[in-house]
Every structure is written in C-alpha cells, then in structure tokens.
Design a protein around this ligand. Structure first.
Ligand code: SF4
Length: 690
C-alpha cells in the first residue's frame, strides 16, 4: 500500500535568537526530516547549517530516561518529594534567600514562567537567574536606562530597509546566520553599506565595506566620537533628557583610545552620518564587558540624538544569543526583574503581581545575579540549588570554581535531557526533561516575535516537560492551586493575562489579546510580534517619540569610556572568546551531529603569527593557556584574523584529554557593575607550548 506523506509540523529552531521557523516530519523510526518554514517571517524558509542538522540530534544517545537520586534510579514521586522536602526544610531553617534556581535561555516561556512564579511569588526570593545573564544582561540594563523599559525597538526588516548597517561586537555570519543571509541579500539587491566593528576579522567581514579592528573594549570611545561628530555636523534633531551631559562626555573623548587610524574613523563617521537609515546591530562583543551597559548606552545615544529610532530602517538593535533570551526577560527570569517587564524595586508593581498570583510571600528585592549566585553557593549562603536546562560547570566564568561550588552545595538538583553533562554529574538529584521536538511552548526571538515550538516526537522514557516538573515541586511545597496547570496553553494564557495587568501599569510588554487562549487556538497560534493587546498592536515602539520613562522622554547617558582591566606580566595576552559557526553552547545537542563536528572538530586557539613565532608554537601544535582561574589545552591555529596579543578561543568544548577546551575556566568573574554581566571577552592569560 502507498502511505500518504505525514503532514509537516511547524515549530521553531532551538538555537540562536533569530528564531527561524522549522518544518519537521517524523520519519516513523524516531528521526525527523527538517526544512525551513517558508511562511515564518523570521527566515522565510531559510535555515543555517545548525538548524538544518536538527534531525541528526534527536536520538536517545546519553539521554536521561528516569529520575536519579545519588546515582540510583528513582520514581518521579520519590524524586519530587525529596526536592520539595529539601527546599521546604532549607527555607524553614534559613529563610527564602538560602535557596536559588539557575535557569536558561533555552527554556520555553511556559517553563520559565513556572520557575519564576515559584521562586519570586511563592518561595519569596528573587534568587532566580539565568544563563542569559551571560548573554545580554547589559542590553537589558542599557535599554532600561535609555527607554525606561527593556524594549527592543528593531525589527529584522530594518536590516533590509537600511542604507547603512553597522555590526558592532557581532559575528552575525556565524552567530545569527539567517539574519546575516537576509542582510547579505539586501546588500546585493540594494547596495546596503555594511560596517563591521570588531577587533577580530571574522567571517562577517566578507560583506563589510569597512572593517574597524578597534582596540578591544574601546567601543564606547568610538561611539562617543560619533556622537560628538553628529553634533558638529548639526545632525542633533531631538532633545532627550541628558543630551548636554552626554555631548560633553562625548566631546572629551580622544580618538587615540580606539587604536584606529584617523582615516578609518573618518570613513565610519561619514557613513553613519551620511543618511537617515542606519541600523546599529550589537551583540556579545558589546554586552560581555565590565562596561557593557555603558557601551550599549553609547550606541543608543547616537540614535536618540538623531531620532534614528522607531522608524523603518533605523535604530539600535540588540540581537540575542539564545532562542528564548527575550521570553525569559518577558517572564522575569532575571533576578533583577519581575514578570512582564515589571520592576521588582517598584512596590506597586510587586503588589500587582502578588495580587494576580495570590502569592503568599513576594520577593521584595532583587536576587543574586549569576556570578554572585555561584559565589553564594560556594560560601554556603545558598544551601539548595536547582539548575534547569543549562550547564554552568562548563559555561560560567571561573568554571572550575563554579563546578567545585556546585559539588560542595548542600543539595543540588539538575533538570536536563542528559545525565552526562559536567553539571549533571555533580548533582544529588537529576530529573529527566524533554527537549526540542518533544515539548510544546513558545519562544520570543530578537525582534519580539513570539512563535510556537511544537511537540513532534514522544517524550523518551519518563522524561517530563520542565514546567510540569516545576509545578510538581510547587504543588508538593504546598501550593497545588497555583501550579495546577494541565497544559502549556494554560500557562501561556495566565502569562498573557498578567501582561494585561502590566500593560495597565504602563508596561511595554502586553500580549493580553491572548489571555484566555483556548488550547485549539494555542495549537494553531501563528508567529506574532508583541505588543498585542486591545490597547496596542503596534509593530514599532517609539515611533510617536514617547518612551516609558516618567517624563515620556528618552534618556541619554554621559558615557566616560573605560578601558578593560589591564593584563599583567604573568598573563600578558588578552583572550577573546566566542562561538563557532556549527556548534552551540556546550555542544550537548550539536555534538551529536557528525556533520556539524566536521567544520571545526577540536577546541582551538587563534594566535597571530608574530605571537606564535615568539612562543615557538607551530600551526596545529598544542598550547597550554593559563589564567589565574584555570587552564585549557588548545590546538594552535596561526592566523592574522586576530591582532598580536589578542588571541581568540571558542567556548563550546569540555573534556579532560588534550586538547581540552573548557575555555570558561580561564575567564575571571569580573562583571559589569550595572548589569552583572561577566566580561567574558577579556581574560588575561599566559600561553606556552604544551
Ligand atoms: Fe536556528 Fe539561528 Fe540557524 Fe535560524 S539562524 S536555523 S534560529 S541557528
């Protein structure tokens, strides 16, 4: 008999913040055929190599299939009873701030919402932070300072409508490939001018009209020079609050700080000022710095002064690394925020959320940010820790110290798909979670577009959805009514209803048009941009010149550029870190695809030829890289893509045998004071032959 083809299921890629639509078709034997969704407005059918290899990553290799307590298989009741009892006992003896959750930008919004509700509204602490702290916390802080809200004003189409696109601290080609493809196509069609600002000559420079290899960390100085030039040319068209002070700080900035020749700076200023339609895209090269928030505001200042914001083809645009960093911000997954972009330090906002949740004890102050959270685990202030859907023993700065802290914690729970991650191996309780392809929910991409992830495959073994695991613990801790959801659509409807409360308080995040959504409507939900409410269905924020500050005006900040902390004689190199094209985070999923591992098979160190010669390191030899925090053994890749003294290493690998690339173990715990985001691109290191 001839079987009719199975219908494809529309879902969303689980990797980067572009949030591409994916069509998946089960092959009937546990695998999936994958194609780009031609109707999804983020990608219109395109997929990058990671997305197109998703079908190779859905097998059961290394999957955690049952709960485990101290390495022994357990039932769900035994595991959840134990987690609830240990958390309740710890809170009873030491208070709510003695426990913490560390969660993930990989979680779906519904999972994230459940975790945030349990910690902030019921446990009564804000000790919930996320690996998104490592990704874009500086953008959040910069947005809130400038706009009065964490609002991303840009849309992807702006990159196609702009005359000039500036990419600063963003290797868009490798880290947001489909958005890069859209930009490259627009450039080919309409001659868009592209500027890349990056100390490293990345693959993104292939389409650059101008590459500015500025001194590491000098981005704020460059944008201050731009702001001063904007004023000199008479292009200041708006009067945001703080304009005069910001201009005074900009005029005091010296060009030498950037390390760039005068002619290159002049070319950049001419391009940026030459036409209205300019988009400035920024990413981890800006955010992962001990002055990341100032850099964000230095960029935003230039757009505010010229009114190049809120209109087609112009604006500052933070592109997020993770698939649901934005959704996490929306539910309050950061220790410094409340649900629906409300302010945890605002008593009226806390009261509104507490009233909506009927919550017994609402967190009254911000909680511990990621680096501080693991320090509190280390020194015993945090006595019970639940890590959900992330691998901090590999990815956190000071990864060795973080791993030791997790191992020494009084009680550690890990929810994950895999029992084999470096972090899961340190936990007393490991809980099997469903992953991409096995669960239903929503994610928000970098342009504020909410899309469905849809279940295509059955949950393997006893694996459960994260929201259901969290709700099970919440119910066992005594709050069954508050966590009585039966389906992720119930959580989405609750989140949407709460966003209406936030919208009534003047908040930007409002999707209350979906409050009370039925399961049928949730099943067929099309990708949509927020806000989406009876009050507002406006595709663009700030087009009316109104911001979410008390005065309604945007704020410019006076930025005094700060150089990164200096290297020293013992650690004379400044290590830059980042991603490669074909791997994701700590490779727990992409490492399953042979195709993806072919691009770059080993952890490596990009080293300038002059440095390699001075150190006696031949191409493909092994280098020992050490910092005060740890060490890694990396394969040497000699290249003039990096500057002398500024090597680069990717973040993905772990392992004990050489080459062993646990690069985050080299990174210090230095953070940006405004955002708490670690300075992951500035580790002082020593390099020697291995
Ligand atoms: Fe997935 Fe990002 Fe690639 Fe799109 S660009 S397919 S979201 S990894």
């Amino acid at each position: 008999t001839i079987q009719s083809p199975r219908p494809a299921i529309r879902t969303t890629c689980p990797y980067c913040g572009v949030g591409c639509g994916v069509l998946t078709t089960p092959d009937g034997s546990g695998g999936l055929a994958v194609a780009g969704d031609p109707d999804h407005p983020a990608n219109f059918g395109r997929l990058c190599v990671k997305g197109s290899a998703l079908g190779e990553t859905v097998g059961l290799k290394d999957r955690l299939l049952t709960p485990r307590i101290d390495g022994q298989e357990a039932t769900w009741d035994q595991a959840l009873d134990l987690v609830a009892r240990r958390f309740s006992d710890t809170i009873a003896r030491h208070g709510p701030d003695s426990v913490a959750f560390y969660v993930s930008g990989q979680l779906l919004t519904e999972d994230y919402y459940a975790a945030n509700k349990l910690m902030k509204g019921f446990i009564g602490s804000a000790n919930i932070d996320t690996n998104s702290r490592l990704c874009m916390a500086s953008s959040v802080a910069g947005h809130r300072r400038a706009f009065g809200s964490d609002t991303v004003p840009g849309l992807y189409e702006d990159l196609e409508l702009a005359d000039v696109v500036v990419l600063v601290g963003s290797n868009l080609s490798w880290c947001h490939p489909v958005l890069y493809q859209r930009l490259a196509a627009a450039r080919a069609a309409r001659g868009t001018r592209v500027v890349v600002i990056d100390p490293r000559r990345t693959a993104t420079c292939d389409i650059a009209d101008l590459h500015l290899p500025l001194a590491p960390g000098s981005d704020a100085a460059l944008f201050n020079l731009l702001l001063a030039d904007i004023a000199r040319r008479g292009l200041v068209s708006e009067t945001p609050d703080g304009l005069d002070d910001a201009l005074a700080a900009a005029r005091a900035t010296l060009p030498g700080a950037t390390g760039l020749p005068h002619s290159a700076i002049r070319q950049f200023l001419d391009l940026w000022c030459g036409g209205d339609r300019v988009v400035t895209v920024y990413s981890q090269g800006i955010n992962q710095s001990d002055s990341g928030t100032d850099k964000v505001n230095a960029i935003i200042n230039c757009h505010l002064a010229t009114g190049r914001i809120g209109r087609p083809g112009m604006g500052p645009f933070s592109v997020t690394g993770q698939p649901n960093a934005m959704g996490g911000r929306e539910v309050g997954g950061l220790a410094t925020m409340l649900a629906c972009h409300l302010d945890i330090e605002n008593p009226a906002h806390r009261d509104a959320v507490q009233g909506f949740w009927h919550a017994p004890r609402m967190a009254a102050k911000p909680g511990l940010k990621a680096v501080d959270m693991f320090r509190a685990v280390e020194d015993g202030r945090i006595k019970a820790l639940w890590i959900i859907c992330t691998n901090p023993a590999v990815s956190m700065p000071q990864a060795d110290r973080v791993a030791a802290a997790i191992k020494g914690c009084g009680f550690t729970v890990v929810s994950d798909m895999f029992a084999t991650t470096d972090t899961a191996r340190l936990a007393q309780v490991v809980l099997p979670a469903t992953g991409w392809g096995e669960k239903d929910g929503t994610v928000t991409n970098s342009e504020r577009r909410i899309s469905r992830q849809r279940r295509t495959l059955p949950a393997p073994g006893q694996a459960r959805d994260d929201w259901r695991i969290i709700a099970g613990v919440g119910a066992r801790m005594g709050w069954a009514d508050a966590f009585a959801w039966d389906h992720p659509a119930d959580i989405f409807a609750e989140h949407a209803a709460l966003s209406g409360v936030a919208g009534a308080l003047g908040g930007d995040f409002d999707i209350s048009a979906h409050a009370g959504i039925t399961r049928g409507a949730y099943d067929t939900l099309e990708p949509f941009l927020w806000p989406h409410s009876a009050r507002r269905r406006n595709r663009r924020f700030f087009a009316d010149g109104r911001f979410h500050t008390p005065s309604g005006k945007a704020r410019m900040l006076a930025i005094a550029p700060r150089a990164p902390q200096p290297v020293d004689a013992a650690h004379p190199f400044r290590l830059n870190t980042g991603r490669v094209r074909d791997h994701w985070h700590t490779m727990t999923r992409t490492g399953l695809s042979p195709r993806l591992s072919r691009h770059l098979a080993e952890p490596f160190l990009e080293l300038h030829p002059a440095d390699a010669a001075r150190l006696g390191l031949a191409p493909a030899s092994l280098a020992k890289v050490t910092s005060p925090e740890g060490r890694a053994i990396l394969r040497v890749l000699v290249t003039d893509r990096v500057a002398p003294g500024h090597p680069f290493a990717p973040i993905h690998w772990t392992g004990e045998t050489a080459p062993s690339g646990r690069v985050s173990a080299l990174v210090p715990g230095t953070v940006d004071p405004a955002s708490g985001q670690p300075a992951s691109k500035f580790a002082p290191v020593a390099i020697a032959p291995f």
